[in-house]
Design a protein around this ligand. Structure first.
Ligand SMILES: NC(=O)c1ccc[n+]([C@@H]2O[C@H](COP(=O)([O-])OP(=O)(O)OC[C@H]3O[C@@H](n4cnc5c(N)ncnc54)[C@H](O)[C@@H]3O)[C@@H](O)[C@H]2O)c1
Length: 359
């Protein structure tokens, strides 16, 4: 597609905002309309660094508002939707699944309905050809369920077996996207990505939670035995993967995006502890900036680790086999875990004004 006019849903959230930063830097001629309801997880400040870019427009609204989506497609001549908006925290889906059903399932349905009407039905009724378009749906590896330590990693052929209300709602939305392609010919792609980490990650999620708790000298909660295994990918590498799917992916296909980087949760927590202790030892200014971080100042962050009751139905292991995406699209993550991790911790240390109000 020569010029993309994109609707980025959930663009004020963690991955969506990083994607908007990435996209405007890569494709300065494209127009990006961000639609975000600014739930607790959405934060307009995540878009501050592109706020003055005249090719970015922020719209405060809900993806369930089909009429709004239709009018945005018309007004901005949108030809691409990249759909990030979701309720994304598994713990919240256990205590309050309603919002997950509404946003993740009904919200995705609302976007599909609007896209079908504007890109397929209306042109057809007017005797015009279907315009070039793309609906890209951002999904997760969690839809595939859980693995034992020795199971092979998830491929795109792995049967869906979601175990939490969050992953079930994402799986439902993936199925709707697939059905809109097979039934109506909507030009869709879906990517299923592993755990992301990086800047602008809401501090309820593992890595920013551990970092910010260390800086406030609070206990570092670890679920169960801490041996749950996740694959971790630097968030900008997720954006690069979506870029490749948009530009080279085949319509109607799913693509796994992963970092080939499996870690047990407890080892991630211990790694954050170790790196934070090292940073405090190497830089005396940190003790001045973070006087509450007593354990970090004393080099004893691991003393804060506290095992807590495991999450209900907690999946044991996720692992992504991204062979298809690597071979077909030439995808390789750019960031090593070492460099991405160091950048991420530095970003939290440098951006207290961003995360402190969110605690
Ligand atoms: N975080 C991960 O590690 C990860 C991994 C794989 C896939 N994903 C998927 O990527 C997407 C983005 O995840 P994230 O971690 O950035 O989530 P997030 O919770 O940080 O951000 C979600 C954004 O969506 C917005 N939103 C929520 N409901 C909305 C609604 N009804 N209408 C409009 N906007 C709404 C929120 O305000 C927020 O800005 C999700 O679809 C998630 O399932 C996340």
């Amino acid at each position: 597609m020569e010029q993309r006019n994109l609707l980025v849903t959930g663009g004020a959230g963690f991955i969506g905002a990083n994607f908007v930063h990435y996209w405007l830097a890569q494709y300065p001629q494209d127009k990006v309309i961000v639609l975000d309801a600014l739930t607790y997880a959405g934060n307009k400040a995540n878009l501050d660094i592109v706020a003055n870019n005249s090719n970015m427009i922020f719209v405060h609204g809900n993806i369930c508002d089909t009429a709004l989506i239709e009018s945005l497609i018309d007004t901005h001549q949108l030809n691409t939707i990249v759909h990030f908006a979701a309720e994304s925290h598994v713990d919240r889906s256990i205590t309050g699944p309603d919002a997950f059903i509404e946003t993740n399932i009904l919200g995705t349905y609302s976007l599909l309905k609007a896209a079908k009407k504007k890109w397929i039905d209306e042109p057809k009724a007017q005797g015009n050809p279907t315009p070039e378009h793309r609906f890209h749906h951002v999904s997760t590896d969690e839809v595939y369920g859980t693995l034992s330590a020795t199971d092979p990693a998830f491929t795109e052929e792995t049967a869906y077996a979601p175990n939490s209300p969050y992953s079930a709602s994402k799986a439902a939305s993936d199925h709707l996207v697939r059905a809109y392609h097979h039934t109506y010919g909507l030009e869709v792609t879906t990517s299923n990505c592993s755990n992301n980490y990086g800047p602008y990650h809401f501090p309820e999620k593992l890595i920013p939670l551990i970092v910010t708790n260390i800086l406030n000298d609070k206990p570092l909660p670890v679920y169960g035995d801490g041996q749950q295994i996740r694959d971790w990918l630097y968030v900008e590498d997720h954006a690069r993967g979506i870029d490749l799917v948009l530009n080279k992916g085949r319509i109607g296909e799913n693509y796994n995006i992963g970092g080939n980087n499996e870690w047990a949760n407890i080892d991630i927590v211990k790694l954050v502890c170790k790196v934070m202790s090292e940073k405090f030892a190497a830089n005396p200014n940190l003790a001045e900036r973070y006087p509450n971080a007593l354990s970090a100042i004393a080099g004893k962050t691991e003393n804060l680790i506290t095992y807590v009751q495991d999450r209900a139905g907690h999946d044991r292991r996720y692992a992504i086999d991204a062979t298809k995406t690597n071979n077909e699209l030439g995808y390789v993550p750019a960031e090593s875990f070492e460099t991405g991790f160091a950048k991420t911790l530095d970003w939290y240390l440098d951006n207290q004004q961003w995360w402190q109000p969110l605690l």
